[in-house]
Design a protein around this ligand. Structure first.
Ligand code: UDP
Length: 194
């Protein structure tokens, strides 16, 4: 895969359309996959924090979320194809899930928020399979939450714990899963809950 390195992080050179195809293929084949929505905050945090850099480097795809990343790639004379906003791509994944009968799990945000986000997703995509949801206020070391997500057997797992927590959670518990496309989505559930 073609990548562009910015401060030690390899960004995936792709378009939103191509990424949608790749994710669908991986989900259909039941392959595990970890997507990081790389924005300047994440890059700067990883630069200062080797453990977090290791977590980000373990991702299958770091996508350029934010015009700052696109600008940096242009300055480096290795321009990335286009900005792919995490929130927009979550929308793409929800649509794919609804069309292909893939299931989704929502992990993170306040209890009321994640509940309302799930209800609003159901309204927008009546056919969608929601494997489950869980709020994001628990100890990261608590394996019980991960076990629950594993038991729900979801195809897409959206983790909204804010960075760096969400990427750390995915990196830590990915080995417990047999399948699933994982993506940290920051404050997206708050937006979906309205
Ligand atoms: N959050 C959470 N658990 C925590 C801390 C935060 O579930 O321990 C949630 C919070 O409720 C919000 C999201 O994570 O829904 C953080 O959103 P923010 O916009 O701050 O994300 P960032 O842009 O920092 O990644």
């Amino acid at each position: 895969k073609k990548t562009v390195e910015i401060l030690g992080i390899s960004f995936f050179h792709t378009t939103r359309e191509e990424l949608k195809d790749i994710i669908l293929q991986r989900a259909v084949r039941g392959e595990k996959c970890f997507i990081v929505t790389g924005n300047p905050e994440i890059v700067m945090h990883a630069k200062k924090n080797p453990e977090y850099l290791h977590v980000i480097r373990s991702a299958d795809y770091v996508i350029p979320d934010g015009s700052g990343i696109i600008l940096a790639s242009k300055i480096l004379k290795r321009p990335l194809a286009e900005r792919i906003a995490g929130f927009d791509f979550m929308g793409d994944m929800l649509r794919i899930a609804a069309e292909r009968s893939l299931s989704v799990y929502l992990l993170g945000a306040e209890d009321e928020v994640v509940k309302t986000a799930a209800a609003n997703i159901r309204k927008q995509y009546p056919n969608i399979r929601i494997a489950g949801f869980h709020h994001g206020y628990f100890d990261l070391r608590d394996e019980e939450v991960a076990r629950r997500v594993v038991a729900a057997n979801p195809d897409f797992i959206f983790v909204a714990l804010g960075f760096p927590k969400q990427e750390i959670w995915i990196h830590r518990y990915l080995p417990m899963f047999e399948k699933g496309v994982f993506m940290g989505v920051g404050g997206s559930f708050d937006v979906l809950a309205g």
